[in-house]
Structures are given as C-alpha cells and as structure tokens.
Design a protein around this ligand. Structure first.
Ligand code: SAH
Length: 395
C-alpha cells in the first residue's frame, strides 16, 4: 500500500533504518504538494528505497512513522497494534479483579506515535497528540471495542488540550462509543474516582502506580505530606499503609476536592487521619513547621516542557527539594519526582544532590524510580523515558 510520498535527503534515512519513528522536516528533499496535515504518507530514501508509512504533520517533526514496511494503515492495522498492546498489559498482570486502571497505549512505546489510551474499568480514555491520530479516531475507537476479553465498552476521546494547530482540526472532548457507565477505577485494590471529563490528562496519573505501592510500605506510623497531590493517589496508599497522619497539598481547589473524595471512597468517616490544603507548594513548605513530617512526596508538574526551559527547571527542582530537606527530622524519607521529559536522570539527580548539599543533610539514595512497564520505552526511541524518581533517607 502506498500513499502520498515523501523523499528524504541523501543520508537522512539512517535514523529510520534504526527504527527511530520521527522524520524531521529538515530531512526532507521532496514531498507531494498535495500532502495535508494528518495525511498518511509513504517515506522513501533518496535512492527510492521504501522506508515505511506514517502520519504527516506540520512542524519540526514532519512524519511520525507507523510502519517500517508497506503495511496498510487501516482498521486491521490498529486492531493488531492495540491487541499487541493489550496482550503485553495482560502479561504484566494489570487486568485483575483488584486492578483495572492502566495505560494501554503509550505512543511511540507501543509503536503508535501520537496516541495515548488509558483504561479505567470499562472505559478507554483516548488522546491524540498528532493530527493523523485525530483523523483515525473513529477506527481506533472501533478497534478498541474489539480487544480480547471485551474489556472496552466505552471510548471517551479527549483532544482539546493535546492537538497542535488546534484551529484547523476541530478537536473534541466527547464519547465516540458508549457513555458514562462508572467513573470508578481500581488500582491495587484501592478505589479512585477518575474525572476524564474535566481532569488533567486522561483524569488520573496511572504512571505512579508502582511508586505509590512502594510508598505504602514506608508509611506505617509516619507523618506524611503529599505535595502536588492531584487526585490523592499517594495519600490513599499512605493511609492504607498505616500512616499516622496524611496531609495533601495542591494549588488547585478542584484537585483537593478530588483527593478528599478519593479518601472518603476508601476509608470510614471516623478515620480522621487525612487533611488537605489548597495552597501553593512553595508557600506551604515555607510556612510549615520544622520536623512536622517524616515522609514527604514531591511530585510536581513538569517544570520543563521544552529544552529551552531546562535551566530554570533544574533550579526549580533544587529549590523545591531544598525546602523539603531542610525541614525534615532525622530518619525521614523523601520521595521526589520529575516528569519533565527534557530533564534526564542525571540532571535530576544533580539538582537533588545540590539541594542536599545546600541544606547540609546526610542523604542516601534508597531507590531510583522510573515509569512502570505499561509506559514502555521503545528501544529505538529513548526520548520516551520521562518519569524519574528518587527515594532518599534523610538524616
Ligand atoms: N502526584 C499526583 C500527580 C501530580 S500532577 C498523582 O500521583 O496523581 C501535578 C499537580 O501539581 C497538579 O494537580 C497541579 O494542580 C499541582 N500544582 C501545580 N503547581 C502547583 C503549585 N505551585 N503548588 C501546588 N500544587 C501545584
């Protein structure tokens, strides 16, 4: 199957021969004049060798590759890729009686660049980051309902905040198939309301599942501060882990309400261990008493969305971590994260190192955390690695 054509400059096929899924605009020698954003295109090397098919896009990434041969990009293609993605999650044991929240499709990590799908019980929440995936939304939604085990009955499509060049694309936030059945999902036996209609991203951060589990094991008898709590994931795990108290902080009043709701969903009203605060994290840390918490979670939004913001982001991570470190008592534990893709592991660790040195604390690294296996990293696309975390023992 061939589509409109793109021909690369001499030598620019090299990264594609190693299956890197992006064609940058500067690599293109010639392209069909009729190509429109989101069209399927066939990419050829300078000597005419077919490289594969992909979605075209305006911008520095001009094509996102879907195949490295001439396979047609039709409903059968999506059914196959989605089934492969689901079989992998099944192998990971994520679809269980006590767990039905997981990421089914993680863009390039599932060989579907531009597409994200999270599963919450019977509902798939789908986001397109590329025009090509936006145009394919209906066949993708249909393919989702054909997955083995019939796991998906409803497909909610949410692209208003994710699509580039919005004006030309008519993004939508609506059900493509089915409707609201339940907003409740289960993660490791804990219940969460997921607000895909109004919440951030797909409504919940499934990428912290394993890190929350680890936190649960450290929570017994501790005074826990969950900073940047959003839906309260870490708070609920800390409470189940036997924390003495849990305080949740988020600058968004709505996030604080979501956290309160999720605590109420899992614990009896008599359980008074939890309190939440709609406040700025930096201010809260400035005003908090010394030694108030001996287990702190710092999971801020991405400080650097682009490489250009890197320096400021690193300063932000240093400042935030220093504020927490300087007030923690002897024998405390700090879970600290960065989800900025532009900040790598070493840079993040250096920012935390600077915070430790600046506050003159004795700090040991207990764990180095990353994204879970349902957010896989395509070995040919190392840019897919984004979540970094450190668990520190502070004296
Ligand atoms: N830890 C969460 C995810 C955090 S997302 C989880 O496990 O699900 C980041 C959160 O930080 C968002 O809810 C956002 O409202 C909040 N936020 C952003 N800037 C903030 C600030 N300056 N102070 C406090 N919260 C902030």
């Amino acid at each position: 199957m061939t589509y409109k054509t793109v021909t690369l400059k001499r030598g620019k096929e090299e990264s594609l021969e190693r299956f890197h899924p992006w064609v940058f605009s500067g690599a293109i020698a010639a392209a069909d004049e009729t190509i429109e954003e989101g069209d399927l295109v066939t990419v050829y090397a300078h000597d005419g060798t077919l490289i594969g098919n992909g979605h075209s896009q305006i911008g520095s990434i001009a094509v996102r590759m879907l195949t490295f041969d001439d396979t047609a990009i039709d409903e059968a293609f999506y059914e196959q890729r989605l089934t492969d993605a689901y079989m992998m999650r099944k192998a990971l044991g994520l679809q269980r009686e006590d767990n039905n929240a997981f990421r089914l499709v993680h863009g390039e990590g599932d060989f579907l660049p531009g597409l994200v799908v999270d599963i919450y019980g019977p509902t798939a929440v789908m986001q397109a980051h590329s025009p090509g995936m936006h145009f394919a939304r209906d066949i993708i939604a249909r393919a989702l309902t054909k997955l083995p085990d019939g796991i998906v009955r409803n497909v909610y499509y949410k692209s208003e905040t994710t699509l580039p060049y919005k004006a030309h694309l008519d993004p939508m936030n609506d059900y493509i198939i089915g409707g609201m059945e339940t907003d409740e999902a289960l993660e490791n036996g804990l219940r969460f309301h997921v607000d895909w209609l109004k919440g951030q991203k797909t409504g919940f951060f499934v990428d912290q599942r394993e890190n929350r589990s680890l936190l649960e094991h450290y929570s017994k008898g501790r005074k826990v501060l969950n900073m940047f709590c959003y839906t309260g994931g870490f708070s609920v795990y800390a409470l189940r882990g036997g924390a003495e108290l849990v305080h949740s902080v988020d600058s968004s009043a709505k996030a604080v309400r979501l956290t309160d709701d999720n605590v109420a969903l899992n614990f009896a009203p008599e359980d008074q261990r939890h309190q939440s605060f709609a406040e700025d994290a930096f201010k809260f840390l400035d005003n908090m008493e010394k030694d108030a918490y001996n287990l702190i979670i710092l999971d801020p939004p991405a400080f650097a969305k682009h490489k250009s913001a890197l320096r400021n982001a690193l300063m932000g991570y240093r400042r935030l971590n220093a504020k927490a470190l300087e007030k923690m008592p002897h024998g405390s534990i700090l879970f600290t994260f960065s989800c900025s893709q532009a900040v790598n592991k070493e840079q993040f660790r250096l920012a935390v190192f600077s915070a430790a040195a600046q506050t003159r604390r004795k700090v040991r690294i207990l764990h180095q955390l990353t994204q879970p296996a349902d957010h896989p990293i395509n070995i040919y696309h190392p840019e897919g690695e984004y979540l970094k975390g450190l668990v520190l023992y502070v004296e």
